[in-house]
Write a protein that binds this ligand. Structure first.
Ligand code: MN
Length: 410
């Protein structure tokens, strides 16, 4: 007999413990059984859905799968006119063997080794990303929420399980409002913004070259600089800051991967965030235009007064600025940003995000839709380009560029 789906327990994103977290896709929850002559599909109330879901005909035989049927577009995003797809989250039976009394991790490992057939996807689950972070990604994309499963949990067909927690996105705030909701990320430690205070963010971005993107909210956009050596509290440092184009607010708290070959291809973490206030001026846009901006930052790593000063025009296409920290109460001699490598959103390093990103940024897409939560088929981590200053050996690779070259640091 086809098992009924295990029922999730609504709740907040779990904290601590060993959870595997995936997106809820807003589709029709179903257990699909292809072990018999006919494909069976059973909903959460035990209803027979097979007749409603003709797209299941391609599912590999001999399996019992737990998932959702949802219409997805070509990029794996839910879309009303998309293709009906079974997003598979769990494996209950395979090779003639009932797996319900096996721990989730084992079921997942077997699932990920399978080909479930055309019309199916196995979206990733995240075991080293905080559930609240996955929920934040869901929220930014209009997905209804997340499902977290305890990695040691057995499957309880038809029963409500405390080991399967669904957390839903509360309401549909605009992108901007949701980015400002710091409560959905764990342990905000300072820099909690007052409503209306402009934000700043620093992303550590490993593209062709490592750099830190320092971004200040000015008039609804993110004034941006690429700082190869990073911002520092060290008042003796004078770090080059290459002015880059303003970025949309949608990008502020992006953390994930930008596909290789796209503008800025590489991995990105939110290295610091907080709020800032202009000093010595009421009009930061005018100060930027004049080439000198004093900014008081209140972040989780950075604090105190930073000064951005534009260098004399050297004829290059991108403006070169210098970033310094004033010798104030927040200054720390010898402070090294590379000694503080973790994301303030997820606690992860660039390496860890690159290995298991929760989201991807499509550089060519409009900002509002450029970030996509990763659906299946899971993209393997891209091979990392060796760190070298010599030109690439292939003719289609990018030319080697110095730090001052235009377009090097998006
Ligand atoms: Mn960048």
């Amino acid at each position: 007999m086809t098992p009924r789906p295990e029922i999730p327990t609504p709740g907040d994103p779990p904290v601590g413990g060993d959870w595997a977290v995936g997106f809820a896709w807003g589709g029709r929850r179903v257990v699909v059984d292809t072990t018999g002559d006919e494909i069976r599909a059973t909903g959460e109330d035990g209803e027979d859905l097979a007749a409603d879901l003709p797209g299941l005909v391609g599912v590999t035989r001999g399996l019992v799968l737990d998932g959702e049927v949802v219409a997805l577009d070509g990029q794996g995003r839910p879309a009303p006119d998309g293709t009906d797809t079974l997003t598979v989250a769990d494996l209950l039976h395979a090779d003639g063997e009932d797996l319900c009394d096996r721990p989730f991790d084992e079921r997942r490992a077997r699932l990920e080794a399978l080909d479930c057939g055309p019309g199916t996807l196995v979206p990733p689950v995240f075991t080293d990303v905080a559930p609240a972070e996955v929920l934040a990604v869901a929220r930014r994309h209009g997905l209804p929420g997340i499902v977290a499963v305890r990695r040691t949990a057995l499957y309880r067909p038809g029963r409500r399980s405390p080991d399967r927690v669904c957390a839903t996105v509360p309401g549909r705030l605009g992108t901007y409002a949701s980015m400002r909701d710091f409560t959905v990320t764990p342990e905000p430690t300072g820099g909690a913004p007052e409503p209306g205070e402009p934000i700043f963010v620093v992303q550590r971005h490993r593209a062709r070259r490592l750099h830190y993107d320092v971004r200040l909210e000015v008039d609804g956009a993110l004034a941006s600089w690429a700082v190869p050596r990073g911002p520092t509290l060290d008042p003796a440092a004078r770090h080059l800051a290459v002015r880059t184009e303003d970025h949309p607010m949608d990008y502020a708290f992006f953390e994930g991967v930008i596909p290789a070959g796209q503008y800025g291809g590489g991995d990105v973490i939110v290295w610091d965030r907080g709020t800032w206030r202009p000093a010595r001026t009421e009009d930061p846009a005018a100060a930027l235009a004049a080439g000198e901006l004093h900014a008081d930052l209140v972040g989780e790593k950075l604090a105190g007064r930073f000064v951005f000063v534009r260098r004399a025009d050297d004829g290059g296409r991108k403006e070169q600025w210098v970033l310094v920290h004033k010798r104030d109460d927040d200054a720390v001699d010898g402070w090294d940003p590379e000694a503080h490598p973790r994301s303030v959103l997820s606690g992860r390093t660039n390496d860890e995000v690159a290995a298991a990103p929760a989201a991807m940024w499509q550089s060519g897409a409009p900002a509002a839709t450029a970030e996509v939560p990763l659906a299946g088929p899971t993209r393997p981590p891209r091979p990392r380009r060796p760190r070298t200053s010599s030109p690439p050996s292939t003719p289609w690779g990018p030319p080697a560029r110095g730090p001052s070259a235009a377009g090097t640091w998006p």
